[in-house]
Design a binder for this molecule. Structure first.
Ligand SMILES: Cc1cc2nc3c(=O)[nH]c(=O)nc-3n(C[C@H](O)[C@H](O)[C@H](O)COP(=O)(O)OP(=O)(O)OC[C@H]3O[C@@H](n4cnc5c(N)ncnc54)[C@H](O)[C@@H]3O)c2cc1C
Length: 628
């Protein structure tokens, strides 16, 4: 990559993270900040044609430093490991001041390396709503081919896997293409898991469906997982990156945190010098500064065409803000010189949260015992690595149901605000089955005992109305941003929570599931009988004591018209500057009624298409001229 010295900036007011005279030692067509789920997907697609050169900068390591990531049973070892950022939220006002652990992947592959391996797309109507909110080109008809394009499904009943229960491991071939991301199913399935499907269907009146990836959001089944045919995780690192890693037009650096985005100043006229989409009327992103940790050196890389930020819902708005794009008061607070004031950066943090009820269960109905002693764990690992059988072939809970409430039901419980928010026609509650005690924290009612087995049933509102935010602790990327999901700030979320809680009890008490439990009240130990079925206040208190994230943080650089509170337009370009896009979960305008990994891959596929369209022929023509 040729060395390149950029002309002196005219302005002396540089946001932190930028030099007065940026010296770009290297240049690429695109610089992608963040090599996570979206970042590596994008890197693959942008280097496919050979027309563009791409640099990816990732703060974390290669995920193989924590090899447990690759196995379904190893998922339990990832939190707090070298591939997790170890975030803690601010004290949560509506959860009695509790702070919450907030997991986020920190390695090539990002959160696709550390997540729960569950893959679902949600209702088609959600994406059509993205269009209604001012984002043409993002409706189900537009994005469904991209969901298909990124994925390939491995049928479950191959060779050694045939010993596992195949009931409810169903799928519709038409929902998948031949993409790099491999999908499959968990190996080991407890009978209780299959019977949860029955209990969930009957107690909450939702159908057992063949596939949850066709745009029909409601239903229950054994979930599709991001695993390959030998039950190893398929993250963006294992899929998109491995396919592209030897391309000479792709350079991927890990252990290389991005510290700032460099902009041209409008007055200097530099904005008109490079790239042909710049107007010259607004600052242009020229490149980024980063630390090459292994060399102990600060470096700057120039983007001939664009800088793309793919650092996830927390770091993406943080990078925008420390680089001068954000709310006026926030920039002023930490002394950042504005490049473009946008009050919405870091705001509108949209998320799903979860709470559970837990029950004592028979040993075989649960996988608790697998992790209860080092001997048991070693035996499970040995079985996995020698035969590819046993409980280590499954993450703890990827069997989920999605329930749509009728308008009448929403009205009768006092959740009119959900209808008013335009969320009446999608699924409203997700039910999850875990064959362990989940979440891992004790509740005020019960602490899980080491020699007992448990199952948990979890609920997550898919229509959470509370919104939080990401703000700055300092003007440095080295300091974690302040993360405030603000769960249960909106009263309707409490109403939905209490209603969901009652469904959880109905599912647990259904004979199909209660047959596996031990003790009174269908084995329920948390909260147990102290919280009566009809005591809304006690139920809500229990929920608030037990709430934790469902890990779907999004919306902090959301895609909407700027007048409606957007940070990026429907081509994912950041308002107020040229040469800068955001492509990751932070652009999601309204959360899908499902877990969001599938949508993030889709967003990256769409982002790559938009970039290809916008730079059609330009790079190619220029390269051709140079090579003549
Ligand atoms: C514990 C957990 C469980 C989850 N389970 C599921 C699930 O089962 N199913 C599902 O659908 N969804 C799940 N999710 C959500 C889903 O995985 C994420 O929403 C999605 O992977 C986010 O993708 P992203 O590209 O936006 O961000 P990420 O994949 O998080 O990528 C962001 C990348 O940017 C890097 N980065 C940050 N700062 C810098 C910097 N300064 N310089 C360079 N790089 C930087 C990060 O290290 C990271 O690699 C889960 C998430 C978590 C954390």
């Amino acid at each position: 990559w040729p060395a390149y010295q950029f002309a002196k900036r005219q302005s002396s007011d540089n946001p932190p993270g930028q030099s007065e005279n940026p010296t770009f030692e290297e240049e690429y067509d695109f610089v992608i900040a963040g090599g996570g789920t979206a970042g590596l997907t994008l890197a693959n697609r942008l280097t496919e044609s050979g027309r563009f050169s791409v640099l990816v900068l990732e703060a974390g390591f290669n995920p193989e430093v924590v090899e447990a990531y690759a196995t379904p049973g190893g998922n339990q070892f990832l939190k707090g490991s070298a591939v997790d950022w170890g975030f803690v939220t601010t004290p949560q006002e509506h959860l009695g001041g509790r702070t919450l652990q907030y997991l986020r992947g920190k390695s090539l592959g990002g959160s696709s390396v550390t997540n729960g391996l569950y893959y679902a797309r949600g209702s088609s109507l959600v994406y059509d709503r993205w269009v209604e909110l001012g984002n043409p080109g993002w409706g189900w008809e537009d994005v469904y081919p991209l969901f298909r394009k990124s994925t390939k499904l491995n049928p479950p009943n191959l060779g050694q896997l045939s010993e596992f229960s195949q009931e409810y491991k169903t799928w519709d071939d038409s929902a998948y293409g031949g993409g790099p991301l491999e999908l499959g199913f968990q190996g080991y399935v407890t009978d209780s898991t299959n019977d949860f499907v029955v209990a969930c269907s009957e107690a909450s009146d939702i159908p057992i469906v063949d596939d949850l990836n066709l745009g029909v959001g409601q239903g229950v089944k054994l979930g599709t997982t991001t695993t390959n045919s030998v039950l190893r995780r398929s993250s963006s690192y294992d899929s998109f990156y491995q396919q592209a890693r030897n391309r000479t037009n792709l350079r991927v650096l890990y252990n290389a945190p991005v510290t700032g985005i460099a902009f041209s100043s409008v007055e200097s006229g530099n904005a008109t010098l490079y790239g042909n989409t710049t107007t010259g009327a607004q600052p242009r992103a020229l490149g980024v500064s980063y630390i090459e940790q292994s060399a102990g050196l600060v470096r700057q890389a120039r983007a001939r065409k664009e800088v793309i930020v793919s650092m996830g819902a927390f770091h993406t708005p943080q990078l925008l803000m420390v680089s001068g794009i954000g709310p006026s008061a926030e920039l002023e607070k930490v002394g950042v010189q504005p490049v473009h004031i946008n009050e919405n950066v870091g705001q509108h943090l949209d998320d799903h949260s979860v709470f559970s009820i837990m029950a004592r269960a028979t040993t075989n109905a649960s996988t608790t015992s697998m992790s209860s002693t080092p001997d048991n764990l070693q035996a499970a690992q040995t079985e996995f690595f020698t035969n590819l059988t046993g409980p280590y072939t499954a993450p703890s809970g990827v069997t989920n149901g999605f329930k749509k409430l009728s308008i009448e039901e929403l009205q009768s419980i006092g959740a009119r605000a959900v209808i008013d928010a335009g969320l009446a026609n999608q699924s409203h509650i997700e039910f999850l089955f875990e064959t362990v005690w989940y979440p891992w924290i004790p509740t005020p009612y019960y602490t899980a005992l080491p020699n007992k087995s448990y199952i948990s049933i979890t609920a997550s509102s898919m229509v959470q109305l509370s919104r939080g935010n990401i703000t700055l602790r300092s003007n440095s990327m080295s300091d974690a941003p302040l993360i405030n999901p603000n769960y249960y700030a909106d009263e309707t979320d409490g109403i939905m929570g209490v209603h969901s809680f009652r469904y959880l009890r109905d599912i647990l008490r259904h004979p199909s599931l209660s047959q596996y439990t031990i003790g009174d009240n269908a084995g329920e130990v948390s909260p147990g009988p102290e919280v009566a079925d009809d005591d809304d206040e006690a139920i809500l208190q229990y929920i608030k004591n037990n709430t934790m994230p469902n890990w779907h943080a999004s919306g902090t650089a959301r895609m909407r018209p700027e007048v409606d509170g957007g940070v990026v337009d429907s081509r994912l370009k950041v308002y107020g500057v040229d040469g800068l896009r955001v492509i990751d979960c932070s652009i999601i305008p309204v959360l899908p009624d499902a877990n969001i990994l599938a949508s993030v891959y889709m967003i990256a596929e769409k982002g790559a298409e938009l970039i290809e369209e916008d730079w059609e022929d330009v790079g190619y023509e220029r390269r051709k001229k140079r090579s003549v």
